[in-house]
Design a binder for this molecule. Structure first.
Ligand code: FM0
Length: 324
C-alpha cells in the first residue's frame, strides 16, 4: 500500500481566474493572482490500495458521492496516468475551517490531494510540477502550493501553465482578510459550470479578458510598491468585472444574494469613514474584505454592529503546502 499525506491552505484571488481555454488540462484564459490564507486548510491522506475496486473519498468522515467525488476521481485518473499505475485509492480529507458555513474550498482540497499523491507515489515533484499537477485537479489549486502572494501564469500548455510565488518582502504579513458569511437559499452554480457558461455565451467575456491583463499588471505594481489602496481598489474592481460577465451569460446568473449587496455596501461605507478596506467575491455569496492587519480590531467592532459575530472570520497570510 502506498500512502501519503499533505496539508494545503486555501487562497483567495485578488485577480480572478475566470474561464478555461482547455477544459481537460485546465489551461485558463487569463492569468490570476491570489493570497494564500492561514485560517482555512485541507489535510488529506491518500492510500493506493490494490484491494480496492473503486476510489473512495471521505470528507470530514463522510463518504462523498456526487460532484466533488467525481472531480476527485477524474483527478486520480490523471495521476494514475502520470505514475503509470491502475490502483484505486482511498482519500481521507479534513476541511479545517472555523465554522462549517460554505467555505469548503476546492483550491485547498485538490492542492492537498496533489501533495499527498506526490508523497504516496514518490513522484518527487518540484514546486512548479506540483503546481502543474494541482492545476489539473482544480485551477485555483495550483496557487495553493505557495504561501503569501502567488501568480498563476496562464501559459498555453500543460508544461507552461503553473503558479509561482510573488515576493512581497513580508508585506503580506501586514494584510488580513475578513470573511462575511452570507446566508443564501439560491441553488449553486459551481465555478466550473459558471465559467464555462460565461465563456460560451456572455458578450461581456471579451471585455473581461481585455481588462484582466491590465488589472494584473496594476496589482503587481501595487505589491512591488506596497501600495494598499492600489491593491485593494484593483482587486475590488476586478471582482466586480468578473461578476458582471455572469449577468450577460445565457441563461443569466449571479452569485450575489441580497445580503451580499448589503455587505458590499457596508464595506464602501466603512471606506468612506476612513478604513482601508476593499471587498472581493468568488463563485458564491460570501463577501471577503481585504484590509490591513492593524485595522482588524476596529473593523470587527464596526462590522459587529450589523453582522453576527459568528458570521465574521478573520484570516491572515498563510504558508505554502506541507507534505508529511
Ligand atoms: O479563484 O473548474 O478553481 O481565481 O474562485 O476547478 O478549475 O474552482 F470566483 C471564481 C475558481 C474560480 C476565482 O475556480 O475552477 C479564482 C474563482 P476549476 P475553480
Amino acid at each position: 500500500m502506498l500512502q501519503g499525506k499533505a496539508r494545503a491552505y486555501t487562497n483567495i484571488a485578488l485577480i480572478k481566474y475566470w474561464g478555461k481555454k482547455d477544459e481537460d488540462l485546465i489551461i485558463p484564459m487569463n492569468s490570476s493572482l491570489s493570497l494564500t490564507l492561514d485560517a482555512f486548510y485541507s489535510e488529506t491522506q491518500v492510500t493506493f490500495d490494490p484491494q480496492l475496486t473503486e476510489d473512495i473519498f471521505y470528507l470530514d468522515g463522510n463518504l462523498e458521492t456526487g460532484k466533488s467525488s467525481e472531480k476527485t476521481s477524474q483527478f486520480l485518473d490523471k495521476i494514475r496516468q502520470i505514475a503509470n499505475i491502475k490502483t484505486f485509492a482511498k482519500i481521507e480529507s479534513q476541511n479545517c475551517v472555523p465554522t462549517a458555513a460554505g467555505l469548503a474550498s476546492s483550491a485547498s482540497g485538490l492542492a492537498a490531494l496533489a501533495g499527498a499523491c506526490n508523497a504516496a507515489l514518490e513522484l518527487n515533484l518540484s514546486e512548479k510540477d506540483l503546481s502543474r499537477l494541482a492545476r489539473k485537479g482544480s485551477g485555483s489549486a495550483c496557487r495553493s502550493i505557495f504561501g503569501g502572494f502567488a501568480e498563476w501564469v496562464k501559459g498555453d500548455s500543460d508544461e507552461n501553465s503553473f503558479a509561482e510565488s510573488i515576493a512581497a518582502d513580508g508585506w503580506e504579513d501586514e494584510l488580513a482578510m475578513i470573511f462575511i458569511l452570507i446566508n443564501d437559499q439560491a441553488k449553486d452554480v459551481s465555478s466550473r459550470d459558471g465559467m464555462r457558461r460565461t465563456v460560451l455565451t456572455s458578450p461581456f467575456y471579451q471585455g473581461w479578458l481585455t481588462a484582466v491583463t491590465e488589472d494584473l499588471a496594476t496589482t503587481k505594481t501595487a505589491i512591488a510598491t506596497k501600495d494598499f489602496t492600489l491593491l485593494g481598489a484593483t482587486a475590488e474592481a476586478n471582482a466586480l468585472k468578473m461578476h458582471a460577465t455572469t449577468l450577460g451569460a445565457n441563461p443569466p446568473f449571479t452569485y450575489w444574494s441580497p445580503d451580499s449587496l448589503f455587505a458590499m455596501n457596508q464595506v464602501r461605507q466603512l471606506r468612506q469613514q476612513g478604513y482601508d478596506c476593499y471587498f472581493t467575491m468568488d463563485a458564491g455569496p460570501n463577501v471577503k474584505i481585504l484590509t490591513k492587519k492593524s485595522q482588524v480590531p476596529a473593523l470587527l467592532q464596526e462590522l459587529n454592529k450589523v453582522f453576527a459575530k459568528e458570521k465574521l472570520i478573520t484570516a491572515q497570510a498563510g504558508p505554502g503546502i506541507q507534505i508529511f
